[in-house]
Design a protein around this ligand. Structure first.
Ligand SMILES: NC(=O)c1ccc[n+]([C@@H]2O[C@H](COP(=O)([O-])OP(=O)(O)OC[C@H]3O[C@@H](n4cnc5c(N)ncnc54)[C@H](O)[C@@H]3O)[C@@H](O)[C@H]2O)c1
Length: 343
């Protein structure tokens, strides 16, 4: 418990977190808006994540990112996510492509009080950020959305778009591996009865029929090019789907968190910035959107948004699950020590 000298840690595995509300996308969307509001108000310290690629940062087969933060205000917690992805996992049944773990700590005593699997938290919060960006960036009458990538983030992206954009009535879920798209379409068929979910392998054709295009793939080379762009639309990517030209063509450009984004030199928007084709004042952040700074000013505009992932959001979501789990008596207690050998 915060503020007490107690070396006890609550371990929350995925199953505990699900009982504590992990799959409640409405709740995750609310925490996302609240967290970006706190970030914009300067109440969060979130240094850019450090990236450790194996065998090297650019041509990685796997990577680990360290994502520390402190959240002030009503939270007052510190935490870190140790985030990892592996190309090898994409071909191994039974193991996710990305695997994460988070630690929550008391900022005063620095004692850790909760350790959680962070894998599904990551998926939920990544899609929630994209959903919040889409809410502010998509045309007001958006009825059709194309979601490209039917992996783990594709799962949660369906939830996020259905919850964040209630005008959407048709979702194309696309994947090069069509059975994966078919599986998600079947799974969500009855969960969102007002929304028709159509699986396809042809993302470009689906995008041409959509006002909103979401990218959540593992593609290493951008494939959404300028001939996909049209007025009266938005493209929101969580990875490397869109080219630099797409970013440059946008009437409004949005990133989740510029201070961190600018350190990732291979991102389309950063390439444009580093080449002098874009200035900082032309880029909005997710915090600006939730704090009410004007974003879409006309339905005819084309808007591009992207994200890299904010460690502080993993921690605010994890903290909510911890609080719920404590009330519900969930999880496994472990101890740092019975008595510290030296103090
Ligand atoms: N921005 C963030 O905060 C954040 C956080 C976590 C993960 N991510 C990124 O999200 C992406 C998806 O992660 P995941 O865990 O869902 O991976 P996953 O392996 O579970 O799913 C990725 C899917 O993309 C499909 N795909 C690849 N290239 C494609 C293409 N050109 N067209 C259509 N489909 C294609 C694959 O077949 C696969 O089904 C990764 O690139 C990851 O780095 C971003």
């Amino acid at each position: 418990m915060l503020g007490t000298i107690n070396p006890e840690i609550l371990f929350l595995q995925q199953e505990d977190q699900i009982k504590a509300g992990l799959l409640d996308m409405k709740m995750i969307l609310e925490i996302t808006e609240e967290t970006y509001k706190l970030l914009g108000e300067g109440k969060i310290q979130n240094p850019p994540k450090t990236h450790l690629g194996i065998p090297d940062p650019e041509n990685w087969n796997s990577f680990f990112n360290t994502m520390p933060c402190h959240i002030a205000g009503s939270y007052n917690i510190a935490g870190v996510k140790w985030a990892a992805e592996s190309k090898k996992n994409a071909g191994i049944p039974g193991i996710p492509y990305g695997i994460d773990i988070s630690i929550l700590s008391d900022p005063e005593t620095v004692l850790p009080f909760c350790i959680l699997d962070g894998t599904i938290i990551t998926a939920m919060r990544t899609s929630a950020v994209a959903g919040v960006q889409a809410k502010y960036c998509a045309p007001s009458d958006t009825k059709t959305a194309t979601l490209i990538g039917a992996g783990v983030i594709g799962e949660t992206m369906v939830m996020s778009i259905c919850e964040a954009i209630p005008t959407v009535k048709t979702i194309y879920i696309c994947d090069l591996d069509l059975p994966k798209a078919e599986k998600i379409a079947a799974e969500y068929k009855d969960k969102y009865p007002g929304v028709e979910i159509i699986p396809t392998a042809d993302s470009k054709a689906a995008a041409a029929k959509s006002e909103l295009i979401m990218g959540e793939t593992t593609a290493r080379t951008p494939f959404i090019d300028k001939d996909w762009v049209k007025p009266h639309s938005a493209i929101v990517c969580v990875s490397n789907e869109a080219t630099k030209d797409v970013a440059l063509m946008a009437d409004v450009k949005v990133v989740d968190y510029w201070k961190q984004m600018v350190t990732f030199k291979n991102k389309a928007i950063v390439k444009a910035f580093d080449a002098g084709e874009l200035t900082r004042d032309q880029i909005l952040e997710t915090s600006d959107l939730v704090l009410g700074k004007p974003c879409r000013t006309s339905d005819d505009q084309f808007i591009y948004a992207c994200s890299l992932g904010l460690g502080a959001l993993d921690i605010t979501v994890a903290y909510k699950l911890y609080q719920n789990a404590m009330k519900m008596g969930l999880g496994t207690k472990i101890k740092m020590w019975d008595k510290p050998l030296w103090e």
